[in-house]
Design a binder for this molecule. Structure first.
Ligand code: 3PG
Ligand code: MG
Length: 397
């Protein structure tokens, strides 16, 4: 995974196009989680301080090739200015005469944000003409949008092939940690895969099971694995159509000499709601009218025992229904154990993908892992072992 970084660029007085991922959650015109802005601002700041004319490209939400005013990037101007500590100009379009004039007006060190790249159909189609128009706005392309790197779009992949390019600091940090976690990890290596469905994580499980010493399965997908092994899971959420998928993953683990850790005990309830009456039972004792909603203390103990002998951990997905107390206890206990071993220098821990960050935040340990990725889908595709087009376009130069 060879790529250039900001250290390799001479940017003074150059027009630098920065692909950021400003697709952050917004409610009532306010950013509700600014993690991505916090992570990517340093790249923009560094380029500006080095005297570049910085032009920011990003998508926001899914306008599907049309101008949708509620999906304008304008709401990101104030938050960006706050994190950069400087004024940011805005252009109402990302291609054509409007951004050209705005770019021409930039002085060294200025920062300009262009309107949503997905307002044009050419973006998601990775249209060469759109890529050419974007490229005409800059002398150098910097991609800092790891979380959008699984998309082969004009602003992530197309434009990268037309200009000298490099990874931004956030992209660099993501790639460096992913490499340390799965590319070339210190062993033993453990992966935690949780979440609702086996069916959405088949490729991920198949890739991980060949690479790790231990694969820990949590969440409702563990019920499918238990059912595949003949355990009666009662009313638990599981996927009867994927018992064979689960068995195949178990066979692959056996062939590769990897250990799969499934829950030994579970917290069950007759209904899924906050504070529901519940009990903790061995997995063999789930009644017909009960559903498993979290792992129990014996499962956490087994996880901890293996964790003590682990040097590197990759985590995606919660152990239980962590949004609904008391079914958050397994996830919280496991996350806190990872955090304490990480703080003690015994473990390198990398987490990412969708629900994972929310689960770690709920456990109060989102700053105690070695690295928490800002990516959802891109993190999952990377766990699947796929080439990410946005990354691939960078390393091709
Ligand atoms: C994300 O948040 O997953 C990225 O910004 C990519 O957005 P998308 O899933 O709409 O392509
Ligand atoms: Mg997504």
């Amino acid at each position: 995974m060879a790529f250039r970084t900001l250290d390799d660029l001479d940017v003074k007085a150059k027009r630098v196009l920065v692909r950021a991922d400003l697709n952050v959650p917004v409610a009532d015109g306010k950013v509700t989680d600014d993690t991505r802005i916090v992570r990517q601002a340093p790249t923009i700041k560094e380029l500006s301080e080095k005297g570049a004319k910085v032009i920011i490209l990003s998508h926001f939400d899914r306008p599907k090739g049309k101008v949708v005013p509620s999906m304008s990037l304008k709401v990101l101007l104030a938050p960006l200015e706050k994190h950069l500590g400087r004024k940011v100009a805005f252009a109402e379009d990302c291609i054509g005469a409007t951004p050209q004039a705005a770019v021409a007006a930039l002085k060294d060190g200025d920062v300009l944000l262009l309107e949503n790249t997905r307002f044009h159909k050419g973006e998601e189609a990775n249209d060469p003409e759109m890529a050419k128009q974007l490229a005409s706005l800059g002398d150098i392309f910097v991609n800092d949008a790891f979380s959008a790197a699984h998309r082969a779009h004009a602003s992530t992949s197309g434009v990268a092939r037309l200009l000298p390019n490099a990874a931004g600091r956030s992209m660099q940090a993501e790639l460096t940690h992913l490499e340390r976690a799965l590319g070339n990890p210190e062993r033993p290596l453990m992966a935690v895969v949780g979440g609702a469905k086996v069916s959405t994580k088949i490729e991920l499980l198949q890739n991980l099971v060949k690479r790790v010493e231990t694969l820990v399965i949590g969440g409702a997908m563990a019920n499918t694995f238990l059912a595949a092994e003949g355990v009666k899971v009662g009313k638990s959420l599981y996927e009867p159509d994927h018992l064979e998928t689960a068995r195949q993953v178990i066979r692959m683990a056996n062939d590769a000499g990897a250990v799969i850790l499934l829950p030994k005990d579970v917290v069950v309830a007759k209904e899924f709601k906050a504070g529901a009456a519940h009990r903790t039972v061995p997995v063999s004792d789930i009644a017909d009218d009960e559903m498993a909603l979290d792992v129990g203390p014996d499962s956490i103990k087994a996880f901890e025992n293996r964790l003590l002998a682990t040097r590197t951990l990759v985590w995606n997905g919660p152990f239980g229904a962590f949004e609904t107390a008391p079914f958050d206890q397994g996830t919280v206990a496991a996350a806190q154990k990872v955090a304490s071993l990480t703080r003690a220098g015994q473990l390198l821990s990398v987490a990412g993908g969708g629900d994972t960050v929310a689960a770690l935040a709920h456990a109060g340990v989102e700053n105690d892992f070695t690295y928490v990725s800002t990516a959802g889908g891109a993190f999952l595709e990377w766990l699947e072992g796929k080439e990410l087009p946005g990354v691939e376009a960078l390393s091709s130069k």
